[in-house]
Write a protein that binds this ligand. Structure first.
Ligand SMILES: [Zn+2]
Ligand SMILES: [Zn+2]
Length: 170
């Protein structure tokens, strides 16, 4: 009888643990991220109801923009931000600026997920549009290194993300 009780108890613990995957907002640290999927497509982002920031899982990005995401690594000059932890790995995120803007992107070195604060995606898009219109930035600028990889990543993301996710970001 004791053995049966132990087995049942162990099963319950396991079930609770698997259901309780906390994806805490890297910015708020208290609010749990909400998954938002796209109907008919295998794509999900996690966002925070409180601060409206958005987390992009690396595997999800690889589905929609495989070439661009492969190139992107945390750059050497990125600043370690101990106040922001990866919602998956719970390790400090690294922050760096999006080229030619004041927009900051946070990235996890381990799982390579990306975090954008509310409105940052919109700002990236606005700056890119104005640079393109003024001719300062060609549509497929051949910029080397991390800078180039990041430009191509966000450009591809803007073009490839499902409409309902773009609405969420803007
Ligand atoms: Zn938040
Ligand atoms: Zn991570």
């Amino acid at each position: 009888m004791v053995a049966v009780a132990e087995v049942v108890a162990a099963g319950e613990v396991h079930q609770e643990a698997s259901e309780d995957i906390k994806m805490l907002c890297p910015k708020c640290q208290v609010a749990k991220l909400i998954a938002r999927g796209v109907k008919g497509r295998d794509f999900t982002v996690e966002y925070c109801l409180k601060c409206k920031g958005v987390w992009f899982d690396h595997d999800e990005l690889e589905e929609v923009i495989p070439a661009a995401i492969k190139e992107l690594q945390v750059p050497g000059h990125a600043r370690k931000n101990v106040e922001r932890l990866c919602p998956k790995c719970e390790k400090a995120l690294y922050e760096f600026d999006y080229p030619q803007t004041y927009v900051t992107i946070d990235m996890c070195k381990k799982c390579r997920g990306l975090w954008l604060d509310a409105g940052e995606f919109k700002e990236i898009r606005a700056v890119r549009n104005s640079l393109q219109m003024s001719g300062e930035l060609k549509e497929h600028a051949d910029v080397p290194g991390v800078r180039g990889a990041l430009i191509r990543l966000v450009d591809s993301a803007i073009g490839s993300l499902p409409g309902s996710i773009r609405d969420l970001l803007e």
